[in-house]
Ligand binder design. Sequence first.
Ligand code: AMP
Ligand code: ZN
Length: 110
Amino acid sequence: MDSCLFCKIIKKELPAKFIFESENAVAFPDINPSAEVHILIVPKGHIGGVQDLDKESGGLLAEIYLVANQLVKQYNLEDSLYRVVVNGGKAQHVPHLHFHLLGGNLNKLV
Ligand code: AMP
Ligand code: ZN
């Protein structure tokens, strides 16, 4: 979608440091981190939010969680703490589905 911030990042029209990239997803640091580790895992195809998922979305969601699995290990979060969070509705500010991987310090994880 032309006007979408994350679509522009995915098309490399806006800068972001990709920590991960595959055919279907990217991951890059959140520009305004809420935790020591704050990474956004974003499907490449434009999906507005959880409300737009359907039965065909299962494979993509599995892929996203396997990216999260890889990043949890890469950032040594297993013995620390982490959350995977998806905001929606009025709690979601960028209307392109994304998964926040937050980890490393408890106090800011709110
Ligand atoms: P949400 O409220 O779940 O839609 O979260 C959107 C997130 O995107 C926020 O945590 C923002 O800090 C983050 N964000 C916005 N613009 C950028 C950007 N250009 N690069 C990286 N993260 C961004
Ligand atoms: Zn988009």
